[in-house]
Write a protein that binds this ligand. Structure first.
Ligand SMILES: Nc1ncnc2c1ncn2[C@@H]1O[C@H](COP(=O)(O)OP(=O)(O)OP(=O)(O)O)[C@@H](O)[C@H]1O
Ligand SMILES: [Mg+2]
Length: 361
């Protein structure tokens, strides 16, 4: 289907629903958020589900689901043998459909206040720009299985830009870099669509793994993923230098297998993250190289906006600005930009006569 036709059919479908039963969903690798115009963010939970191995699972039923969200995340790496903890998404797309469907159903049921999710709602779900047709279909089906009456997909970059308050409908280009748990999406937005973009399967999860690897090499101690994430979010920095923060972390010694506590500094984290950050910045450079010159000029003026949880990494804006030579700022509430933007799009925030509002079948 031609893009323009697809766009108009998407807008037409949206217009059949009033704002109060439009539901936006950001089904992310790390976190799932649900937003309604009336209730704001009605669910914000880690994308984790825990199954009871002893109970057989059935499609459309909660049987066998032991925990979801925060409760399930607390069991990651700690679950007893009768429980299986699953992260259904990998790099922004569904890796385990059965688990994703169970998790979504529970999340929709958990959303508070309940009445905000009217029955037969129209769901607008964020999707990575480079997701394949099969991956998009899986996301749509998971949304239908959790009770959606209709499902529209919106490019995550466009949603993030809208949520960050960028002038997406304007002819002037803006750049958004969304650093999530499993992917980084770079989008140049103009005239209500993604003019060009790029993505890399590097995000917060890869940052955590890089920290584990670095601490192992430096101190001979193996940290758990949750410990590494805690270090990153508490003292993490994208750049070496003052002020240097310190935090004690306990892991397993490579030498004797026993617990050992080491003091980690923000400079250790900066060293650990140097490689994955270079990979992310390389994608931003590629997007600059492929963008039309006029849009590059616009971005040189307006700068880059960082969204997604990774944007909260200490001094990331300074690191990007130093590497790329353009102004960089972190969006307000970067973890919720995509879902708020999808909600705004569903409520008609993008002017209907703007071309190519991204939607996919
Ligand atoms: N203060 C912080 N510093 C660094 N990273 C952080 C901070 N807070 C959260 N994060 C990281 O942000 C990531 C989650 O971000 P987000 O919720 O935007 O991802 P997601 O949307 O679920 O993933 P994706 O978009 O890749 O599917 C996690 O890796 C988390 O560790
Ligand atoms: Mg995301």
């Amino acid at each position: 289907m031609a893009r323009a036709t697809r766009q108009s059919s998407f807008l037409h479908k949206l217009s059949r629903h009033t704002a109060h039963n439009a539901v936006a969903v950001d089904l992310g690798t790390a976190n799932t958020l649900i937003y309604t115009a009336e209730g704001g963010i009605v669910l914000d939970q880690p994308s984790v589900v825990c199954f009871d191995r002893g109970t057989s699972r059935r499609k459309g039923s909660d049987a066998g689901v032991a925990a979801v969200g925060v409760e399930a995340k607390a069991l990651l790496g700690r679950a007893p043998q009768n429980l299986e903890t699953v992260k259904p998404l990998s790099h922004g797309v569904i890796a385990n459909f059965d688990a994703a469907e169970h998790m979504m159903r529970r999340f929709v049921a958990m959303a508070r206040p309940r009445r905000m999710l009217a029955r037969r709602s129209a769901f607008t779900v964020c999707v990575p720009g480079d997701a394949t047709r099969v991956e998009r279909r899986a996301i749509r089906e998971a949304a239908f299985a959790s009770g959606a009456a209709s499902v529209n997909l919106i490019d995550e970059s466009l949603a993030s830009a809208l949520g960050a308050g960028l002038p997406v409908a304007s002819a002037t280009g803006s750049m958004v870099v969304d650093i999530g748990g499993g992917t980084t999406e770079v989008g140049v937005i103009a005239l209500g669509s993604v003019a060009c973009g790029g993505s890399i399967r590097v995000g917060g999860d890869q940052f955590d793994r890089a920290i584990i690897e670095h601490v192992r090499n430096l101190y001979g101690v193996i940290l758990g993923e949750q410990t590494a994430e805690h270090l990153k979010t508490t003292i993490g920095s994208a750049l070496r230098g003052e002020p240097i923060e310190r935090l004690r972390a306990t892991g397993r010694s490579l030498e004797d297998g026993l617990p050992r506590t080491v003091e980690i500094t923000s400079e250790d984290i900066a060293d650990a993250l140097a490689l994955p950050l270079r990979q992310v910045i390389a994608v931003v450079r590629q997007v600059f190289e492929s963008a039309p010159p006029e849009l590059v000029t616009d971005i040189a003026d307006s700068g880059i906006v960082l969204t997604g949880g990774g944007a909260l990494l200490g001094r990331l804006d300074q690191c990007f600005a130093a590497e790329l030579g353009v102004p960089v700022r972190v969006a307000e509430a970067p973890l919720t930009c995509a879902v708020r933007g999808a909600g705004a799009a569903a409520a008609g925030a993008v002017v209907a006569d703007q071309p190519a509002f991204c939607a996919y079948d």
